[in-house]
Design a protein around this ligand. Structure first.
Ligand SMILES: [Zn+2]
Length: 402
């Protein structure tokens, strides 16, 4: 084949599916973003004139795109828009805009202020953009706002300015499908955000496990996303601190904390045990019928928060349903819950004793609606989600729902 012919063929191919070509390019040019895109579901639809993202109940993130929209670009020009979508996801914009609903007047027509604020904090300042080669007319952060501001901070600042200038049209909930809302100078479709089906906590976990997967496969996280990614990692209980103290206590002697004990070992030239990764925790998830979706979500959030330790997760309701098996980050997405019957701590602890499955510490994630078992001598931490019940022995940590 002649070189020209080949090039022509390639060109044809590129025009047949610009989106796929752009995504292929990104494997080379921006591998981390490309991994994130690979973990998403892609749906072609006329529901959008451009492209947008949403969170679904099956634990997946969906990018809905209009093929005509994609095909008007050269593949290289679509890349920044795809990166823009990943940024919306990592910054959790699709589930964060509630309550900030001001519509503001502009020359081009009214727009939803949060939409613009969200895009600004993705795009950064015009003279120092976070994403190179965005479409000419996209909106950039005003000079007087620092480039690490969150969408909420940008919104609040712009809202004050707009209010002073008398440009705020309404602060109520905008009418569904308002054709002009938010269209200002955005490259993508933020209206799809409203069709997200999960609560903020679940969204956070979904993104966190995607980010972990992409980072394992493609290494370095883009610098402008590191702050947002750090924010995804917060869970409610400070497991690091709590378990460190408990484990230190169990190890006994004069050692005040576990990490201090390790430092001393190293000083004497012994093989240093790595601190937390070797401490096995036996975590039991209450899968009884009273643990509804919200409670389970919170339980998994706490579980993910314990991951600097070596985790084994078991499931129980009126008896042990699944014996403890290793748990790795993001496993909650694929775990099959067994049980959904009544709860028995008595049966659970009999099983633990019989199988000598105490681990260094036993953690029970539960709503605690069952008879408490007789006291054991090994360390047990009760993580009670959704209420203030306290166990009569062991340590109790109450976690309220967010
Ligand atoms: Zn956008």
């Amino acid at each position: 084949m002649e070189r020209n012919e080949a090039l022509e063929l390639l060109e044809q191919l590129e025009h047949s599916d610009i989106l796929m070509t752009a995504r292929c390019r990104m494997v080379i040019t921006s591998p981390w973003y490309s991994c994130m895109l690979m973990l998403m579901d892609w749906t072609e639809s006329d529901r959008t004139k451009t492209m947008g993202v949403r969170f679904k109940t099956d634990g997946r993130i969906e990018c809905i795109y209009n093929k005509q929209f994609c095909n008007q670009f050269k593949p290289g020009d679509l890349v920044p828009i795809l990166e823009h979508e990943v940024n919306h996801i990592v910054k959790l914009h699709p589930i964060r805009h509630y309550g900030r609903t001001a519509i503001v007047k502009s020359k081009e027509g009214p727009y939803l202020l949060f939409n613009i604020a969200a895009d600004m904090c993705i795009n950064g300042h015009r003279n120092k953009p976070f994403i190179e080669n965005m479409p000419e007319d996209c909106c950039y952060m005003p000079e007087d706002i620092p480039d690490n501001a969150t969408a909420e901070e940008v919104y609040d600042k712009l809202f004050n300015d707009a209010e002073k200038a008398g440009r705020v049209v309404t602060t109520g909930v905008p009418a569904d499908g308002d054709p002009t809302a938010g269209r200002g100078s955005m490259a993508d479709d933020h209206d799809l955000w409203g069709t997200s089906e999960v609560d903020p906590n679940t969204a956070k976990q979904m993104v966190r496990s995607m980010v972990d997967q992409a980072s394992r496969q493609a290494g370095k996280i883009p610098g402008n996303l590191t702050d947002s990614i750090a924010k995804l990692k917060e869970s409610k209980v400070s497991w690091k601190h709590m378990i460190k103290v408990t484990v230190g206590r169990i190890l006994g002697g004069k050692r005040k904390t576990y990490s201090r004990a390790n430092r001393r070992y190293r000083k004497f030239g012994m093989k240093g045990t790595s601190t937390r990764a070797n401490v096995p925790l036996m975590v039991w998830l209450d899968t009884s019928g009273s643990m509804d979706a919200n409670l389970l979500e919170q339980a998994f959030t706490e579980l993910e928060g314990m991951l600097s330790f070596k985790l084994f997760l078991g499931q129980f309701d009126h008896g042990v349903q699944v014996p403890p098996t290793p748990y790795r980050r993001g496993d909650w997405r694929s775990i099959e819950l067994k049980g959904r019957g009544g709860t028995s701590f008595v049966e659970l602890f009999d099983w633990i004793d019989k199988n000598k499955a105490q681990g260094r510490m036993t953690v029970i994630l539960t709503d605690s609606f069952a008879e408490w078992p007789t006291e054991r001598t090994y360390p047990v931490t009760w993580v009670v989600v959704g209420n203030e019940n306290k166990a009569p022995w062991g340590d109790t940590v109450n976690v309220t729902l967010s």
